[in-house]
Design a protein around this ligand. Structure first.
Ligand code: ADP
Ligand code: MG
Length: 703
């Protein structure tokens, strides 16, 4: 039976959204709250009181017994601590209460969250504060109880950001300030605010839960640490956009329903390149809401999977040899009057404001490439970037034929006088109508691609919060727009000044543009000649956060202080070390307790067979060769195991975070491959029935 879903009816039904507020709040209160949401400024405590009460009544009607400040600490996932609405009465009973104070401010102890030295456990005071620009919602817990979730930021007693949302919100404000100056210089007197929007496309894998439960590596590390390739991988391209299997389709239906209730505009779903890999894309939203929604998407993906006896893997590289997962971050900025500043229009060569903004983005991405690269760095993504399945670790920009031609005209002739058009596409079948095609084809290998009226930052990892990349994007663009605005405001002829600056910046930053194949070896060499950084791993990427230019940038725009940047860097080193430590210890565990015992058992059987076959005078050469091969790999595996144990213990004992992260990368991570190689070889030599855990074939092709 197909379950019918009334999408329009359920959409946003679990959200205390604009319509709900309008309906439930007195007009004056609603207006004041809306003013704060759209323009900013401090919220009156009386308003907060009324909103809190209305929110509570609404949530209780939805079955909520508890509320929580919902925040995003530096772990990159969300955190919540539930409080019941109850408040005792004199006669020994309770009433349900929720005050404006409780709405606005919370004080979770939270001393166990990573803070990178910002907070010692003995001075654990941390505050959560309501972010009224992201709507509250009710969330069902796995046991069926319902909680009112209030999106908040999380900061320390002294006001330092301890979360991902605070810098993001600050960066949105910084960008708005500078972008407004630009549109003003071009004569726009109406716009009051410029907002960045994001549409993040989320990739994920689905595997059978029972199969998953038999693999320690998936349980502890989120990715397979062993596994010989299955006979079939993704070489036939038959999974990409392929028809969706029933079990997966039924999962997607449930997922969509849950997300729609939460007001998440889940829009596009399809099978991805690798077997068992899929994608979901929502319709874009303002960056802070998109960030919250992406967290909800990831959480809901995992939660709904269990109901279907599936497990959703969000890791960047769950399986070797086939594609991993990422998150394309589609980014644009528009005024509150509805103008997308990244829309070139039909004749980009005439759109001087667009061209200036474009050149400012080229400059920002070129000058601050290491920060962008860092914003996409996590241990999982180290497996993808530069591995010919995701963008290279080198930042470059793809603009497409049309814009590149306009820029070339500007550079060569000092003036752009025409824009190439897409023209008609005639497929040569009379019944298929011909249509206008885009002025530019796509490029799938670029890390930062212009796609019509937005930029698509394609380096972000699938588990990552999109807060970091967008904080960086907003801030670096705010900075170059600031420089442009300074020039324009000082000139008698701002339009001419913009034209000259555009030309200058394009000339200076042309090296960042690359329209070719980003996966090729030639590009790596060419990029090196151009002087573009190629930062290969997370540990190296983290360095830039405390470089003087980065501190100056973030402090100037009041997005992050030196102390906050230092703390984030330290958390980064620790995160890396912890992730590799877990992976190494999981490998050691699996090797000792599962692989070695299984192989020993099997070799005994083969040895007995050799003896038995020989005893009757028959040819045992095949058995002997197999035994020799297995024994050789077993010896190699054991040697690698001992080496890995020693390297892991040594790295674990290092105190200084950076030195420790380097040890995990150079000593531990490299030895993990040495251990995996003979183990995977053994998987191919040993009877499947004695191999201790499910194979790639079992995991990838049984849903
Ligand atoms: P693709 O073909 O690359 O998957 P889509 O058209 O499906 O591109 O869009 C991908 C994502 O980009 C979606 O989340 C979509 O809502 C988002 N998007 C579209 N326009 C904009 C925009 N102006 N700003 C930000 N994101 C956008
Ligand atoms: Mg895309």
């Amino acid at each position: 039976m197909v379950k019918k879903i009334d999408v329009a009816e359920i959409f946003g039904s679990d959200v205390f959204d604009d319509a709900t507020m309008k309906e439930r709040l007195p007009k004056k209160i609603y207006k004041e709250l809306k003013q704060t949401i759209s323009v900013g400024g401090e919220l009156d405590s009386h308003v907060a009181e009324v909103v809190a009460n209305a929110m509570k009544d609404w949530a209780i009607e939805k079955g909520a017994t508890h509320y929580t400040h919902w925040f995003q600490p530096l772990t990159g996932i969300t955190a919540e601590k539930h409080d019941a609405f109850i408040s005792p009465t004199d006669d020994g009973g309770v009433i349900l209460e929720f005050s404006g104070k409780e709405l606005i401010k919370g004080e979770p102890d939270g001393s166990s969250f990573p803070s990178g030295g910002l907070r010692a456990t003995f001075e654990a005071r941390g505050y959560t504060a309501w972010d009224c620009t992201s709507p509250a919602f009710v969330h069902e817990t796995p046991s069926g109880s319902t909680v009112l979730c209030i999106p908040t930021i999380f900061c320390s007693y002294t006001g330092e950001a301890l979360d991902k949302k605070t810098p993001l919100l600050r960066s949105m404000e910084a960008l708005s300030v500078q972008a407004l100056r630009i549109v003003r210089a071009f004569g726009d007197t109406e716009a009051q605010k410029v907002t960045t929007s994001v549409g993040p496309e989320q990739e994920y894998f689905l595997v059978d839960r029972d199969t998953y439960n038999q693999r320690e590596d998936l349980i502890f590390a989120g990715r397979t640490l062993f596994g010989a390739p299955a006979p079939k991988g993704q070489e036939l391209d038959d999974h990409y956009f392929g028809s969706i299997k029933e079990r997966v389709s039924s999962y997607m239906n449930d997922l969509n329903e849950e997300l729609w209730k939460l007001g998440v505009t889940a829009k596009t779903q399809h099978n991805e390149v690798a077997p068992a890999q899929h994608e979901l894309a929502p319709i874009y939203n303002t960056t802070n809401i998109a960030t919250d929604h992406n967290q909800l998407i990831m959480e809901t993906m995992k939660k709904v999977a269990l109901r279907h006896n599936l497990v959703c893997l969000l890791h960047e590289k769950p399986f070797a040899g086939i594609n991993g997962s990422g998150k394309h971050n589609n980014w644009s900025m528009s005024t509150d009057t509805g103008v997308n500043l990244l829309d070139p229009g039909v004749t980009p060569h005439q759109n001087k404001q667009f061209l200036l903004i474009l050149s400012a983005i080229l400059k920002a991405v070129d000058e601050y490439a290491p920060l962008l690269r860092e914003s996409a760095a996590n241990p999982g993504n180290d497996h993808r970037l530069g591995a010919n399945e995701a963008p290279p670790a080198i930042i470059s920009i793809f603009l497409g034929e049309q814009l590149e031609d306009v820029l070339n005209q500007l550079c060569e002739k000092g003036e752009a006088t025409s824009s190439k058009v897409g023209g008609k596409l005639d497929v040569g079948v009379s019944t298929v109508p011909s249509f206008m095609k885009d002025a530019t084809d796509r490029n799938r290998t670029s890390p930062f691609a212009f796609t019509g009226n937005k930029f698509e930052f394609r380096m972000v990892g699938s588990t990552a919060s999109i807060a970091d990349p967008n904080t960086v994007l907003n801030t670096i663009v705010a900075e170059t727009l600031r420089q442009a605005a300074d020039v324009l405001e000082a000139s008698d002829d701002p339009i001419m000044a913009a034209h000259d600056l555009t030309k200058k910046w394009i000339g200076e930053h042309i090296r960042i543009i690359f329209n070719g194949n980003g996966y090729s070896e030639e590009w790596v060499e060419e990029a090196e000649r151009r002087g573009l950084p190629n930062i290969k791993n997370m540990v190296d990427a983290l360095g830039c956060l405390t470089e003087e230019y980065a501190v100056e940038l973030f402090e100037r725009h009041k997005v992050m202080t030196r102390v906050e940047l230092t703390s984030r860097q330290e958390v980064g080193y620790e995160t890396y070390a912890k992730a590799i430590n877990i992976e190494a210890r999981t490998m050691i565990d699996m090797t000792k307790k599962e692989i070695i015992p299984a192989v020993i058992k099997y070799t005994t059987t083969v040895a007995q067979s050799v003896a038995a076959v020989k005893a009757v005078g028959a040819d045992a050469s095949v058995q002997e060769a197999s035994l020799a091969d297995i024994s050789k790999n077993l010896v190699a595996m054991n040697a690698a195991l001992e080496k890995l144990e020693a390297a892991t213990d040594k790295a674990a004992s290092i105190e200084e975070p950076k030195a420790q992260a380097i040890a995990y990368r150079d000593e531990v991570f490299t030895t993990m491959s040495e251990l995996r190689e003979p183990a995977d070889a053994l998987e191919m030599l040993v009877d499947k029935s004695v191999w201790p855990f499910p194979t790639y074939g079992d995991l990838l092709f049984n849903v």
